[in-house]
Write a protein of this length. Structure first.
Length: 155
């Protein structure tokens, strides 16, 4: 038992020498969702607090992102989040893809699937109240309608 503990401890120390890359891609303000959609500050604050760490290039890594293997899990989670939706590069999405992403936002918020429960562990401020969820859904629906109008107008 003592040998197993020593091996585990040595392995834990060794993996600390393999940190994750916590460098965020350079900001591109002209492509950012909050900017291009002129999001009201109260809504923008909710989106930044509850979504941007995983779904933008403005990730603020928590303290436990410095400890492997937790850091690997965090980095994978962020990579997956950015792949599914990146608010920092929203303007590069084709209009129909933007529409689809907005529909997904609405659905995930309505079903309380986002933010993820696991995210609340280190980010209690990201937890959305029912009123905040309603406000976000209403906002995303408005942006979706505007996007639909733009698609129809540009045909």
């Amino acid at each position: 038992m003592k040998k197993v503990l020593i091996v585990v401890l040595v392995a834990f120390v060794i993996i600390q020498f393999f940190p994750i890359d916590k460098t965020n891609p350079a900001p591109t303000p002209g492509m950012d969702f909050l900017r291009i959609k002129n999001t009201p500050e109260s809504v923008a604050k909710m989106i930044r607090t509850s979504c941007y760490d995983c779904h933008s290039n403005e990730t603020q890594y928590p303290w436990y992102a410095n400890i492997s293997p937790a850091s690997w899990w965090v980095k994978n989670h962020i990579n997956e989040g950015r792949k599914k939706l990146n608010f920092s590069t929203f303007a590069v999405y084709e209009p129909k893809r933007q529409l689809h992403k907005l529909e997904e936002c609405i659905e995930m918020i309505e079903k309380s699937e986002m933010p993820l429960e696991s995210y609340y562990i280190g980010h209690q401020d990201a937890k959305l109240s029912d009123e905040q969820r309603t406000e976000l859904v209403k906002y995303f629906k408005k942006i979706k309608e505007d996007t639909e109008r733009n698609i129809m107008f540009n045909k």
